[in-house]
Ligand binder design. Structure first.
Ligand SMILES: Cc1ncc(COP(=O)(O)O)c(C=O)c1O
Length: 407
């Protein structure tokens, strides 16, 4: 059979037209903003938008409590403050994540410990998490990556057995479901991000969910300098250290309008990526993301791995060939595992004082699966506005490169 000429070798591109896009903010957001401004206050404790968003988000998550804050990082930080993570304690998490998972651990004076990942779901291996537990461990932050869920039941069971908090980092997983349950509700606290690049956004913002009334109370205090705004609170006398992570009514208004669009955004991503997976099955040299039974991912991006032994070339070369075909694909996602960031390897979290994590030896080789994932992965950007012809051309481009490269 004659090989089709790759675009990188001067052939025709697989993707001839721009990918579908739509204006993400519109009339609904403007209307909510107008209402917020007409309230005459932008303070969450006096207005209705943040409270409304919390009520709708909690209801949809099937839990009694949701608490808004300023970012996904603030959501994770308020979760750690709420459960009382203290200096010198250890928090186990994923080596492939954003600094927003880690800086809250460090600001609590605590030590991030990294467990290894499943090679194809890219989420924590429960046995690896359990092997990291010491008498100092107090919590696990399960990073639900790229719209996909961790093995949450197994992590929950380990946390229960060792008396640890389970916090879910759901910054990349709005709308995902795990064994029928909304993401973020298997852990003690689920943390979400409304930053500009997430499924839904208000520029920057965050929200946490919990079933536990006492944790909900502490989550609220953790976002508001530990000042109580309850009418029956006697006076403002903080009982623990907390920041100002308050969401304003402006963010709340936009996030509320966006949240009401979430179902449509997620179902379109699921349909597109579901068909992509079916049609890419068996493509030479590319390993598709694995979805565990019972997980309904919400596809924040689509991460594949290059089988270099079959392809005969690196992930960089494959990504370059796919880019030449017109596909929005990059290699290596975040580049290196987070424990290779200079703040860990140089022991330089603080400028002039040691941090508890400096006593821990962070180095390449700690999590071999995670390092192999980053060395060989290619990620396709996904958007709910992608069309059927985007899908056809994407499949054609990946198939063409899979079959045409490295022979
Ligand atoms: C997995 C993960 N955790 C946490 C965050 C932090 O969220 P934010 O940027 O809203 O602080 C991000 C953001 O990229 C993320 O992807």
């Amino acid at each position: 059979m004659e090989r089709v000429k790759l675009a990188i070798d001067g052939g025709a591109k697989a993707k001839q037209t721009p990918y579908g896009r739509e204006q993400r903010y519109g009339a609904e957001e403007l209307e909510q903003l107008r209402e917020a401004l007409e309230q005459g206050t932008l303070f969450y404790a006096q207005g209705e938008k943040v409270r409304q968003l919390e009520a709708e988000f909690a209801e949809k998550s099937g839990v009694p409590y949701a608490v808004c804050c300023t970012s996904g990082t603030a959501a994770i930080h308020s979760a750690l403050m709420a459960v009382g993570i203290s200096p010198g304690e250890e928090v186990i998490t994923s080596p492939i994540t954003d600094m927003g998972t880690l800086s809250p651990i460090l600001y609590q004076g605590a030590i991030p410990i990294f467990a290894d990942l499943h090679p194809h779901t890219y989420t924590l291996i429960p046995e690896s998490v359990e092997a990291c537990i010491t008498p100092r461990t107090k919590a696990v932050i399960a990073v639900n990556l790229a719209g996909n869920a961790c093995d949450l039941d197994a992590l929950r069971e380990i946390c229960n057995r060792h008396n640890l908090y389970l916090i879910e980092d759901c910054a990349q997983t709005f709308g995902c479901r795990y064994k029928g349950r909304p993401i973020g509700t298997t852990g003690d606290i689920g943390c979400f991000s409304f930053n500009e690049y997430k499924h839904i956004s208000c520029g920057d913002g965050g929200i946490t969910v919990t079933r536990d009334a006492a944790l909900a109370e502490r989550l609220r205090l953790s976002t508001d300098k530990a000042y109580s705004r309850r009418a029956d609170a006697p006076e403002r006398r903080p009982t623990f250290l907390a920041n100002n992570y308050r969401m304003t009514e402006l963010q709340g208004a936009v996030a509320l309008a966006q949240f009401r669009k979430l179902d449509s955004i997620v179902s379109r991503r699921q349909a597109w990526c579901g068909e992509l997976s079916r049609r890419l099955e068996g493509v030479r040299g590319i390993t598709l993301p694995e979805i565990a039974e019972g997980v309904e991912p919400s596809w924040w991006f689509y991460m594949m791995r290059v089988d270099e032994s079959q392809m005969g070339v690196s992930a960089d070369a494959v990504a370059k060939a796919l880019q030449a075909e017109g596909l929005p694909i990059g290699a290596h996602y975040i580049g290196k595992c987070v424990y290779e960031h200079p703040l860990f390897t140089n022991k330089s979290a603080f400028a002039r004082a040691p941090h508890a994590c400096d006593s821990y030896d962070y180095r390449a080789g700690m999590c071999p699966n995670a390092e192999a994932i980053l060395n060989t992965c290619i990620t396709l950007s996904v958007n709910e506005a992608y069309t059927q012809s985007d899908l056809n051309e994407t499949v054609e481009g990946i198939r063409k490169v899979g079959e045409g490269l490295g022979r």
